[in-house]
Write a protein that binds this ligand. Structure first.
Ligand code: TXD
Length: 319
């Protein structure tokens, strides 16, 4: 059986980490693509030289030519400009929209059967635009944000309750931005919902509210510390988890930016919701019951995504 082919569009911080993880996990052969000459080739060579030490024999190549992503099974897109301190995700819109156009066309021409995971910010708008430019079916194009946001939420909750992260299951809905909706009611420690843990005196509403807020600004906190770029280890790990769910038909229920057609009262938008990922890509959007506050928060998030799309359409009238 031929090995899977993983194409990574963008060979920056996340792209390089994705390649490293994909090689270590033996997901398949890897192609790193970037517009900058030398960088994908250099990273591919460096990563290939991990093989003898780690004992992997994935073929890792770097390229500036879309023809080399031909027939990729999974494509993870990080191409674009990363957020700098003081720059909002939305400032990135104009630049990254042009990048999505080039990437979408490259995918359409070379790998129309791939499962495509978009990571580039502003995520909810970029995944929508990438789907439009690539013309792939909606179930094959998905955005990564919720897996990362809920990983951040889980990390903070594990610290708060002083338990292993393995005991924590948390849920984040909505757009990837300051309007994301960490859903406290559906977040648990060893199956016990957070509100019950508050009642048991294990934490307080104020402390959980602060964790929710820290999760919402989790990306910004890291940008502020790094000063020259944004988070990349956890974003890459999160993207790989989604790729594995597809490649191994795991039917994992993951929060992803998925195309909605009426679910949650939203039509023709990509919004972060729980979905089942398996061999057909996004196999199901799971509609969970939300209380009034979560619904109102989700609506704020949906409105923010809508506003971004209006701005996208203003910049590129082919959308
Ligand atoms: O949760 C999430 N979705 C995110 C998103 C979490 C963290 C970071 N997130 C976003 O991912 C971030 O705001 C950026 O938009 C992307 C990629 O982040 P990364 O940290 O990897 O950025 P880099 O290191 O700047 O890498 C971007 C690469 C760089 O090598 C550029 O040369 C390349 O993208 N680039 C392109 N590649 C291909 N094609 C085009 N047109 C192109 N333009 C730039």
């Amino acid at each position: 059986m031929a090995r899977n082919k993983i194409a990574l569009i963008g060979a920056g911080n996340i792209g390089g980490t994705l390649a490293h993880l994909a090689a270590l996990k033996g997901l398949g052969d890897i192609v790193l693509f970037d517009v900058v000459e030398g960088v994908p080739q250099g990273k591919a060579l460096d990563l290939s030289q991990c093989g003898p030490v780690e004992g992997f024999d994935a073929k890792i190549t770097g390229t500036n030519d879309y023809a080399d992503i031909k027939d990729a099974d999974v494509i993870i897109v990080t191409a674009g400009v990363a957020r700098k301190p003081g720059m909002s995700r939305d400032d990135l819109l104009g630049i990254n929209l042009k990048v999505m156009k080039a990437v979408g066309e490259g995918i359409k021409a070379n790998a129309p059967n791939a499962f495509v995971i978009c990571i580039t910010n502003p995520l909810d708008a970029m995944v929508w635009a990438l789907r439009e430019f690539s013309g792939l079916p909606h179930n094959k194009v998905v955005g990564m944000a919720g897996v990362l946001d809920s990983a951040r939420f889980s990390h903070f909750l594990a610290e708060e309750f002083q338990v292993s992260v393995k005991e924590v299951n948390s849920f984040v809905l909505g757009g990837h931005g300051d309007t994301m909706v960490p859903v406290v009611e559906y977040s648990t420690v060893a199956g016990i919902p957070i509100p019950d843990l508050i009642k048991m005196g294990r934490s307080t509403q104020e402390r959980i509210d602060a964790i929710v807020q820290r999760t919402r600004s989790g990306g910004g906190e890291i940008v502020g510390l790094l000063k020259t770029g944004s988070a990349f280890y956890a974003p890459a790990t999160s993207g790989i988890a989604m790729a594995e769910a597809y490649l191994y038909d795991q039917k994992r229920l993951l929060p992803c930016a998925a195309h909605l057609t009426g679910q949650y009262g939203v039509d023709n938008l990509y919004v972060g919701v729980p979905v089942i990922i398996g061999k057909d890509g996004v196999e199901q959007v799971v509609e969970i019951e939300l209380d009034a506050a979560a619904k109102a928060n989700l609506q704020v998030s949906v409105d923010a995504v809508k506003e971004l799309l209006v701005a996208c359409k203003g910049i590129d009238n082919s959308l």
